[in-house]
Design a protein around this ligand. Structure first.
Ligand SMILES: Nc1ncnc2c1ncn2[C@@H]1O[C@H](COP(=O)(O)OP(=O)(O)OP(=O)(O)O)[C@@H](O)[C@H]1O
Ligand SMILES: [Mg+2]
Length: 278
């Protein structure tokens, strides 16, 4: 009961006025957003927008940061057990003698399973996680030999086995074919609903996420806009974020963000606007 009241009254995660300055350059400026329990949030931005930096802020790994990050209303600590993380680049050597199920077990919280004292409980938890991400059929293969989509499933299971309340996924859809993108999104959505895990997933492309996304955190130009897709993905909000005019086109259920690279105002006649299409 207490935890339900707790859930109803405050967001799971709050980022308040976060500014990241690296080598004299503001990478992110006055970032504010919150994430509620069990919500699926897309962190959308192009290369270099600051998505990975924002994950590092949430994880308490980014040093050059002002502002605050609160989990359950309390300042974050490093190695917060409420937060699971699947980093952007994970390269496994094909010869690494670690099976998928070993990697999942490595994500387990030793305090919960007592590792050496309760191997059977750990084994059952690993099997349950492998099932949850449909990875049972390749559980005994070496991770380095798995496809990109199979590795993503194993990494998600690795992050989920410690039962975090928030799962951060940094570009888990990169390098996957469209079919695998759909499968991984459906899987994450299913897991987030069944296990009531909030998800913050970064991507360049928001279209595949539209069916499952409760909210969007859109990063551009060092600033962030957050809200539902309808609230954020509109010309007025994105133009203010980018600092120049942006159109939002909706075509066949897809959203296209079309931005001129020129500042708002009359364009000099010898310059052609550059289009950025998402
Ligand atoms: N340790 C660092 N030192 C210097 N610059 C950094 C550092 N970390 C990040 N940056 C810069 O901050 C900006 C944001 O980087 P970040 O990796 O957060 O972007 P991103 O949105 O994750 O990009 P991508 O989509 O390519 O992964 C980039 O310009 C990057 O060069
Ligand atoms: Mg990144």
């Amino acid at each position: 009961m207490t935890s339900q009241l707790h859930e109803a009254s405050q967001p799971l995660l709050e980022v308040r006025g976060a500014t990241v300055n690296i080598d004299g350059r503001d990478i992110l400026r006055d970032v504010n957003f919150s994430i509620n329990h069990g919500e699926f949030t897309g962190l959308i931005g192009s290369n270099g927008a600051g998505k990975t930096t924002l994950f590092r802020v949430i994880l308490g790994l980014q040093r050059q940061v002002t502002g605050s990050v609160l989990v359950h209303g309390e300042p974050i600590t490093r190695a917060n057990r409420s937060i699971g993380y699947v980093p952007q680049k994970v390269l496994f050597d094909p010869d690494l003698p670690i099976r998928a199920r070993d990697l999942v077990a490595l994500g387990a919280d030793g305090h919960r399973y007592g590792l050496s004292r309760r191997p059977r409980a750990l084994h059952a938890a690993v099997d349950e996680m492998l099932d949850a991400v449909d990875a049972g059929s390749f559980a005994d293969r070496r991770v380095g030999g798995l496809s990109g989509g199979e590795q993503q499933r194993v990494l998600v299971a690795h992050a989920l086995i410690s039962r975090p309340e928030l799962l951060l996924l940094d570009e888990p859809l990169a390098n996957l074919d469209p079919g695998s993108v759909e499968e991984i999104i459906a899987l994450l959505h299913r897991v987030s609903q069944r296990q009531r895990v909030a998800i913050l997933l970064s991507a360049h492309e928001m279209n595949p996420l539209l069916p499952v996304m409760d909210r969007v955190v859109y990063v551009a130009n060092g600033h962030v806009a957050s809200g539902t897709t309808d609230e954020v993905v509109r010309p007025s909000v994105l133009s203010a974020l980018y600092g120049h005019h942006v159109d939002v086109l909706r075509v066949h259920g897809r959203v296209l963000v079309v931005a001129t690279a020129l500042p708002v105002g009359p364009a000099p006649s010898d310059q052609h606007p550059e289009f950025v299409v998402e």
